[in-house]
Design a protein around this ligand. Sequence first.
Ligand code: HPA
Length: 236
Amino acid sequence: MTVHIGAEKGEIAETVLMPGDPYRARWAAETFLDNPKLVSEVRGMLGYTGTWRGNPVTIHGSGMGMPSLSIYVNELIRDFGAKTLIRIGSCGGMQETVGIRDVILAMTASSVSTPSRGIFREFNFAPSADWGLLSAAAKAAAAKETTTHIGGIYSSDVFYDERPDLNEQMTRHGILGVEMEAAELYTLALRYGCRALAVLTVSDHLLTGEALPAEDRETTFGDMVEIALQAAFPDA
Ligand code: HPA
């Protein structure tokens, strides 16, 4: 047990999928894992461990935003030995070519700031995904009907954004979508020699104002979970 995770040592798998929403962690575990067992519920942040095609997998919520994710990822890596961490979440589209329900595989995650900013000071670190996971996810995604985009995303500290000028520059520079967690996940994974990837479903669009209807969420999010599992275990 750690300060924020109630699991016993050995109850967390080396492969961890991380949705922001704890209820989505429960849904994904109950839908995709065999024998899912609740291993943590500290502060209502649910974590389940089960198996997928015989491989141990934990699905644990990250909460919203990089400070929350940073707490769980630090403990998962440093105290529980997690080695492969895949964010499964939603994002806002930032290109005309990116549609609602599309999947984005985040090659890099730009940011204004992350919880690791204090380490880097004047240095602009470029948080990037693990190539092995990214290429395996691309292969898994190609076998699905969902349109998939691979490229840079923006990890923001704000959902209610007040910088339209900055978003314009992001779009101008090819950023595919905005979310709030991946840059710190990638930074921590790289710091501790782990593998990380963010697989994102476009749930709303900054340019068109469209949003995914609630009833469509489960099916499109299901594709994202399957892509993440197949990326983690390409031979399973
Ligand atoms: N902004 C930030 N995070 C998000 C968004 C957004 O528009 N949509 C889904 N996650």
